[in-house]
Write a protein that binds this ligand. Structure first.
Ligand SMILES: [Zn+2]
Ligand SMILES: [Zn+2]
Ligand SMILES: [Zn+2]
Ligand SMILES: [Zn+2]
Ligand SMILES: [Zn+2]
Ligand SMILES: [Zn+2]
Ligand SMILES: [Zn+2]
Ligand SMILES: [Zn+2]
Length: 372
């Protein structure tokens, strides 16, 4: 049984696959007989039988026509994904991914199962970007394997959606709710957008001026003053000094300390800010240790590499407290100093007593010294 599919240039025949392969339509693994090409690409029978055009008035009033390899935010399930085949309205901005199209054609209830209740399609404007943002979820369906697979069949258009990072916090987006401007590849976690201040006052990296939001696009390369890595599309900005910072870097919780090894104040920085920086004393980089850092002079040292007490005793605790690397005692996300109850950044070294699970900020070592 030979077959020509509208989305694939070569003949397909109905048979068992010779090697593991994935369906060009739904991207799931193919088991058993399916439509397979000579090159080994294939489609499930139900997927191959999907029409090139869908008209279901109850679902959408206009005809939806197939489109090859595109990144869309699906209007049925709100997921952002790259598909080999998706369907797009001929008259308005309405798109559905292949899986939802299949559900609409074959089983009208199925679509509800994929429809996240709290993920209604919303468009909104936010001061971080000049265009409308669409609420979406970055599809967990598209694994790296699937992305390679898509590139294998269609190498012209490299849409590295999985590499997209939130403009505010610099983290990759995995199955979290986000807002996106697809043409600009601008994407931001919903939580990062909601938590964003209108301005940042007294950021430790740039303490003397207020930082204001600066949306930009096509601005060439913009580097963050704090972490030195690229800023994509949005920063907090000082227009007096022409300084840009990532949102998360501008808000980074840290403290400044004075130490005899350097004439300026040193900031305590963790690995989300000091990636790929090497220690002035021991030369190591890519470790999980925190740093003491002077951004002006690019002076960076590990706490363990400068004369810093490896342990000290405090009158409010029975045992000596030991200097340890960045430390989170659990994954609660809330960390405090047991001496003064102030919140602490888990990326920064502390003094610690394991058997008492007692953790204190390093300032207690200096404070005690000053009092003596
Ligand atoms: Zn399929
Ligand atoms: Zn329409
Ligand atoms: Zn984020
Ligand atoms: Zn845009
Ligand atoms: Zn930064
Ligand atoms: Zn400034
Ligand atoms: Zn070092
Ligand atoms: Zn300095």
């Amino acid at each position: 049984m030979e077959f020509h599919h509208f989305a694939y240039p070569h003949k397909l025949s109905f048979r068992e696959a010779d090697r593991e392969s994935r369906c060009l339509g739904c991207l799931d693994v193919i088991n058993g007989p399916a439509y397979i090409s000579e090159a080994g690409f294939g489609m499930h029978k139900v997927c191959a039988e999907m029409p090139p055009q869908i008209q279901k008035d109850a679902f959408h009033p206009h005809p939806l026509k197939f489109k090859l390899l595109d990144a869309i935010v699906c209007d049925a399930c709100s997921r952002l994904s790259v598909s080999y085949i998706c369907y797009r309205c001929m008259y308005c901005d309405f798109n559905i991914d292949f899986r939802c199209a299949k559900a609409i054609i074959n089983d009208e209830n199925e679509i509800e199962k994929r429809d996240d209740e709290d993920l209604q399609r919303t468009r909104t404007l936010h001061f971080s970007h000049p265009h409308q943002l669409t609420r979406c979820k970055v599809s967990p369906i598209l694994t790296e394997f699937e992305e390679d697979f898509i590139e294998e069949i269609w190498t012209i258009n490299k849409l590295k959606l999985n590499k997209l990072k939130c403009v505010a916090c610099k983290w990759e987006l995995q199955d979290t709710q986000a807002f996106m401007c697809l043409p600009c590849r601008f994407i931001i976690h919903e939580s990062c957008m909601n938590d964003m201040p209108m301005q940042v006052q007294s950021s430790l990296f740039h303490p003397h001026h207020i930082l204001h939001p600066r949306p930009f696009f096509n601005a060439g390369e913009v580097r963050c003053y704090a972490c030195r890595s690229k800023v994509n599309g949005f920063s907090f900005y000082c227009n007096k000094c022409d300084v840009d910072l990532h949102v998360s870097c501008a808000k980074y919780r840290t403290r400044a300390t004075k130490h005899s090894c350097h004439p300026h104040n040193l900031l305590q920085l963790g690995k989300s800010i000091i990636k790929r920086i090497s220690c002035r004393a021991c030369g190591r980089k890519n470790c999980n240790d925190s740093f003491f850092s002077c951004r002006k002079c690019d002076f960076n040292v590990h706490p363990k590499c400068i004369p810093l007490l490896s342990s000290f005793e405090h009158k409010r605790h029975l045992h000596p407290l030991m200097l340890v690397s960045p430390f989170a005692e659990d994954d609660s996300g809330d960390y405090y100093c047991d001496m003064c109850e102030t919140e602490r950044n888990p990326e920064i070294h502390v003094y610690y007593r394991a058997e008492c699970n007692y953790i204190v900020l390093d300032k207690w070592q200096y404070k005690q010294k000053q009092m003596e």
